[in-house]
Ligand binder design. Sequence first.
Ligand SMILES: Nc1ncnc2c1ncn2[C@@H]1O[C@H](COP(=O)(O)OP(=O)(O)O)[C@@H](O)[C@H]1O
Ligand SMILES: [Mg+2]
Length: 450
Amino acid sequence: MPPPTVLIVDDEEMVRRPIRVCLEEAGYQVVEAGDGAEAQLRFTEGADLVLLDYRLPDTDGLTLLRRLKTQAPDLAVIMLTAYSTIERAVAAMKEGAFHFVHKPCDLDELKTLVDLAMETARLRRDVKELRERQSAPFAFDQIVGASAAIREVKELLRKIAASPASTIVLFGESGTGKDLAAKAIHFNSARASRPFMNITCSALPEALLESELFGHERGAFTDAKQRKLGLLELADGGTVFLDEFTEMPPALQAKLLRFLEERAFKRVGGLEDLRVDVRVIAATNRDLEEAVREGVLRRDLYYRLKVLPVRMPPLRERLDDIPLLAEHFVSSFNREFRKRVRGVSDEGLALLRTHPWEGNVRELRNAIERAMLFAESEQLERADFPSLGAALPRAGFQLPPEGIDLEALERSLVVQALEREAGNRTRAAALLGMSRDQMRYRVEKFGLKD
Ligand SMILES: Nc1ncnc2c1ncn2[C@@H]1O[C@H](COP(=O)(O)OP(=O)(O)O)[C@@H](O)[C@H]1O
Ligand SMILES: [Mg+2]
């Protein structure tokens, strides 16, 4: 890498010379300019830092500072000034100057400042790059699927991310991508550079959950030796993801509701109302109305959250996405396991389409992970998904070595089907792939009439 370049802009050669010598000794590359026009020219050729005199023959330093900063917002600029006033300094800092030095310059001080500014700029670049790399896994295109159902959801998530909406509820069965969606919203919003905080409400007892979320004051309870900031405060400017929020005890749901409505809360043991700017994404795998009926979810909280609900569709409603998802997971495990599997065979895909996928995309991901670990063929075949076969007796039930009592098995299956369908013979028959007459015959044969 070439050494970093410093551009010195001052109309006096006498000022520029010693600075140049000092910075070149420190390993910098130095270019000089005597006025604003030349400065602009040299700057276009590339400079990492600019030392800028306040008074120039053709312009003033503040104007030039402003111009350079619009061209390169991250540029480090140190102002040089013969006679400094507080107002000038403040004005320069407001325009984004890194610092200012008095002339004649103390060269040691100047060199230290240049080092510091360069280091700061480098850190800022690193942070930016890191942040981009970190958020890449949460781009919307990580939510895979081309079905109408998932395209609609992605469209809605995109709109939400770009909007100022402060409260969102994601609901859908386990494994439908609620975590993924919450992160996609955050990392594609104006809040992306602020924290994303995540808490699973069912994982903690009430008191702990309350202090995790809202923080507590010193002495709020026996173990509270120090004030502690809650997630809401820590996430100021960012997003808090409340997973399984329906499992929060009612008193906490009330406190959460107050926060959602007034954006204010108190730390545990605190008197002061605190205000923070946080987007709340709440998620649950329960049916919301049902949770209200069962008394699990407070009605008032439900109404507040109902404003912006997003339903993550279960995988069985979008079976057409299975090939795409399978391909996505195969290539991601290829990378992870250093394999070269070429996807799933047609027969394998046909099997994947018949599975009920109660665990949704997570279950599919796990099935492919397992298949990839053991697969020896180039493509994943039907036989590479043995666990799916077992869930589907008709597709792959195997006779155990000791044989089987077919009558007893049949009776047990008929009983289970009738129980599941609350005695409705037509539906029980459908579950077992037989006609109503065949069912009636078996009910009589096994003496199952009530
Ligand atoms: N549409 C999707 N595209 C790609 N991966 C998905 C999709 N939906 C879910 N996943 C993956 O499935 C797993 C479970 O998703 P997650 O967001 O944790 O579900 P939930 O929070 O709803 O239980 C994760 O590995 C996630 O990356
Ligand atoms: Mg989850």
